[in-house]
Every structure is written in structure tokens, then in C-alpha cells.
Design a binder for this molecule. Structure first.
Ligand code: F6P
Length: 339
């Protein structure tokens, strides 16, 4: 039985769950600390011990573990980055690396793990859970918002607002000088950040990896729209749109339209930092509690997601293998308004 605060009368479960690990992995995202705090405190409320695994899978391999008590996660909900730090581990991609990680988990008495990260992090968890008897539950944390099965990933909203703030400032100078700005935002394989920030900033063209048709839009804009109306322009580009990103596109535009005054701005890692928005904190908190709840229910290899505001559980193999789709309606709206 659960009470309304997710503290369970039967905790810890007969399944033998006593101690859980929590870690962050891959690119950091604002709100990860809120998730660490929620996981830690929800677990403690359910009489579980909690271990923080530092530096992602690399820290797991090296046994870089710290105990997490309630006080250790105090005062972190508003902080960007991750107090557990993060890493991308090549060693964990090898069977030998995963073997070492398994031994470290066993040595520390960790029965199950909450992994906060994206695609690559969940793929690693899925592989390890197929090789060893260990349960992983995932919380999606990436500014890309590109996971299948969830409307939302932790950090996306904060990053979106950071992009919008930056582009609004660039728009001021673009208008003053009558310049075209090609602005590159993160998204190696995903265009959602570029698409929504582009809509929010009234970008004239949005280039994303999911829709090559947008390059026709760019051509149309440069050939007609821009020259006719003598105005400045913002072209938003997701870094994964084409190799070379904004710099490559600017080269092409300058070659084809030498009369245009073109500038490039690559927003870079500024998008990954900063204090999380209220929504990022609330969603990270809800997902953190749901992750512990799932482990208490003996769930394994699932990601916690949000579907129309409701917490859902998505099998890892779906979350990592299927693509998050782009809202075609947003692209249509952008095209219609760009007259
Ligand atoms: O967090 C995801 C992401 O922001 C991608 O959009 C981007 O390509 C990548 O991380 C870059 O991260 P890093 O510089 O840490 O390798």
C-alpha cells in the first residue's frame, strides 16, 4: 500500500531492495540536481539507503561512490550542473568495463540504480541489466528533449529559455545593422530546441535535422523575402542539421548572396548551464519520486516519462530505439508566419 506521499507501508520491499545508487551521465542538464534530491529523499522516506555514484559510468567502474543522506542534497534544487558530476565513458562500452562496474556495485551492496541521462546512458543501462542481475530505472535528463515516450526531458525548458534570452539580444543588433544572423543551437541529432526557440524568437528560417525541406525555405527567404523587405533575419540552426553547422551554412549563403551582411553566432554550452526553471525543478522532482517508486515495484529497464502531464513508464528498448518525432504543425506555423 502506498500513502499519498509515496511512502509505502511495505517498504523496503520483500524483494530485498535495501540500497540504491543514483548517478548522472552524458551531457549535464539543469534540473539534474533536483532529480538527485528527489531520488535521495524519496528513497530515504522508504527506508532505503542511497549511494551517489560520481562521474557517471566511469565513476561506477572506479567505485567513486559517496553515501547520500538527506542533508547532502539540501540546498541543491536551484543549482545547474550536477553535484555528482558526469562523464561519457568509453570503458563502459566494453564488456570488461561493465564487469568492473558490476563488481563495484556488488562490493558496495547496491541492489538497483537510478540513472539520470539520455539515450547513450540508457543504452548502457540496458546492456548491463541484460548481462548482470541489476535493475536500472532511468530519468530522462538532456536539453535535447529527444527521448521517445516522454514529452519532456529535464533541462530542456531551462535551455529553451536561455536560447530565447540570447537570441532576443542578437535580434536587437541584427535589426540595428540590417544583418542576417545564423544562430546555431545544440542538438546533434535533434531539432526540437532549434524549432521551439525559433518559433519563440520569430526566426525567419529554422533548420533542423528532421526536415530537409527547410533548406528550401532558406533559399526562398534569401531570394525573395529578405531583399524585398530590407529587414534583418534570424536563421536558427540545430547543430546536427548538416556537417559544419552554422559556419558551413554561412559560407554557402555568403557565396550565393555576396551582397548580404551575414554573421554567425554559436550559442554553445551556455545552453547547458544555469539555474533550472520552476517547471524543470517540479518535473525532475516528480520523476525522481516516480523512479524510486518504480524500483520499489520491482520494475527494471524502464524510463520514467511524462505524457500529457502524467507520469508514465517506458521500456528502455523503446526509449532508446525509437525516434522522438517533431511536431510538423510547428514547422507549418513557422512557414505561414514568415511572410
Ligand atoms: O546534452 C546533449 C548535447 O547538448 C547535444 O545536443 C550536443 O551535441 C552535445 O550534448 C554536446 O556535448 P559535449 O560537448 O558535452 O560533448
Amino acid at each position: 500500500m502506498k500513502d499519498k506521499h509515496n511512502i509505502r507501508e511495505d517498504s523496503p520491499k520483500k524483494s530485498g531492495l535495501r540500497k540504491i545508487g543514483v548517478f548522472t551521465s552524458g551531457g549535464d542538464a539543469p534540473g539534474m540536481n533536483a532529480a538527485i534530491r528527489a531520488v535521495t529523499r524519496a528513497a530515504i522516506a522508504n527506508k532505503l539507503k542511497v549511494v551517489g555514484i560520481r562521474r557517471g559510468y566511469q565513476g561506477m567502474i572506479e567505485g567513486d561512490f559517496i553515501p547520500l543522506r538527506s542533508a547532502d542534497v539540501s540546498g541543491i534544487i536551484q543549482l545547474g550542473g550536477t553535484i555528482l558530476r558526469t562523464a561519457r565513458s568509453n570503458e563502459f562500452r566494453t564488456a570488461e568495463g561493465r564487469g568492473k562496474a558490476w563488481l563495484q556495485l556488488q562490493k558496495a551492496g547496491i541492489d538497483a540504480v537510478v540513472v539520470i541521462g539520455g539515450d547513450g546512458s540508457f543504452t548502457g543501462a540496458l546492456t548491463m541489466s541484460q548481462e548482470y542481475n541489476i535493475s536500472f530505472v532511468g530519468i530522462p535528463g538532456t536539453i535535447d528533449n529527444d527521448m521517445y515516450g516522454t514529452d519532456y526531458t529535464i533541462g530542456y525548458e531551462t535551455a529553451l529559455n536561455s536560447v530565447v534570452c540570447a537570441v532576443d539580444k542578437i535580434r536587437d543588433t541584427a535589426v540595428s545593422h540590417g544583418r542576417i544572423f545564423i544562430i546555431e543551437v545544440m542538438g546533434r541529432e535533434a531539432g526540437l530546441l532549434a524549432l521551439n526557440s525559433g518559433i519563440a524568437c520569430g526566426a525567419e528560417v529554422i533548420l533542423i535535422p528532421e526536415s530537409k525541406e527547410q533548406h528550401e525555405e532558406l533559399k526562398r527567404f534569401l531570394d525573395k523575402g529578405y531583399k524585398d523587405k530590407e529587414r534583418s533575419g534570424i536563421i536558427m540552426v540545430a547543430e546536427g542539421d548538416e556537417p559544419g553547422g552554422a559556419l558551413k551554412i554561412a559560407e554557402k549563403v555568403r557565396r550565393e548572396h555576396p551582397d548580404l551582411d551575414v554573421r554567425v553566432s554559436i550559442l554553445g554550452h551556455i545552453q547547458r548551464g544555469g539555474s533550472p526553471t520552476a517547471n524543470d525543478r517540479v518535473n525532475a522532482t516528480r520523476m525522481g519520486v516516480a523512479a524510486v517508486d518504480a524500483l520499489l515495484d520491482d520494475q527494471k529497464s524502464i524510463m520514467i516519462g511524462l505524457d500529457n502531464g502524467k507520469i508514465v513508464q517506458v521500456p528502455f528498448n523503446k526509449a532508446v530505439k525509437l525516434n522522438h518525432s517533431i511536431d510538423g504543425e510547428l514547422l507549418e506555423i513557422q512557414k505561414m508566419l514568415n511572410i
